[in-house]
Design a protein around this ligand. Structure first.
Ligand code: DGL
Length: 268
């Protein structure tokens, strides 16, 4: 039985939607989470910068003993997964392929919408993954960059968020999609508002659930009497992380440590 922790990283708080799903499904595993709150957002950044940050984040988690890395961030998964898999000595799981597979299994008319950050949509990672798995699918993509700051502001139910959803998704809906991939860590937090706008005939695919299904396939679920521990690391703004995290996870974060990543890194 491998007692080393599962390592998860994201550009910030959004990956907690992935953490939450993994924690629920793997109650006896220790989990370490790194949120790069000093350098968020990754969405508008260049490919090379996202790759550089992603490698630093994953290496940090491996230094902390991670036996597997889950790249919760869609932008990192879309941009840096191959580099991470080639470089790192442990398995690395991204959210794109599991999300793509789940979308294909969900769609009946094979017309799939994908929303994400500018970086994720620009990379065409979801459309390539979907076409590779099922070339008869048509994919319609749309970057929705404003959803991230709206969620970070805690405006899940705010009318500005409803208006932004309408603005971004109206044109996407004209493509007769029956499935919509929430290709960004933050979007599951506004899932119910998105569902309300797109209506019941469109199924939403949450990449947090999809990547946890994948983890379930490759990691034997440990049985133990001891509940797994959580450890959280951020690169800045512990207070903000703490308050949003307690809302998303509905739990008090006991262990939150600030680290500074770069050439080397240190723990404050
Ligand atoms: N975590 C990012 C993602 O899933 C969203 C926030 C950001 O732009 O860094 O793509």
């Amino acid at each position: 039985m491998d007692k080393r922790p599962i390592g998860i990283f994201d550009s910030g708080i959004g990956g907690l939607t992935v953490f939450k799903e993994i924690r629920k499904r793997f109650p006896f595993e220790d989990i370490i989470y790194f949120g790069d709150t000093a350098r968020v957002p990754y969405g508008p950044k260049s490919r090379n910068t996202v790759i550089e940050y992603s490698i630093q984040n994953a290496r940090f988690l491996i230094q902390q003993g991670a036996k597997i890395i889950v790249v919760a961030c869609n932008t990192s998964s879309a941009t840096a997964l191959t580099q991470l898999q080639n470089l790192l000595p442990v398995p690395v799981l991204g959210v794109i392929e599991p999300g793509a597979l789940s979308a294909i299994n969900t769609s009946t008319n094979k017309r799939i919408g994908v929303i994400g950050t500018e970086g994720t949509i620009r990379s065409q990672a979801y459309s390539s993954a979907i076409s590779k798995l099922d070339e008869s699918c048509s994919v319609f993509s749309k970057p929705c960059p404003l959803f991230v700051p709206l969620v970070e502001e805690g405006w899940e139910d705010h009318e500005v968020t409803q208006l932004t959803i309408r603005e971004y998704l109206t044109s996407l809906l004209q493509n007769d999609i029956d499935t919509l991939v929430l290709g960004c860590t933050h979007y599951p937090i506004i899932k119910s508002s998105i569902q309300k706008f797109v209506g019941d005939k469109i199924s939403l695919v949450d990449s947090a659930q999809a990547v946890t299904d994948k983890l379930d396939e490759i990691l034997p679920n440990r049985e133990s009497k001891v509940i797994g521990k959580n450890r959280f690391y951020v690169s800045d703004n512990e207070e903000k992380f703490n308050s949003i995290a307690s809302k998303i996870l509905d739990l008090e974060i006991e262990k939150l440590i600030k680290v500074k990543l770069g050439e080397g890194w240190f723990i404050n």
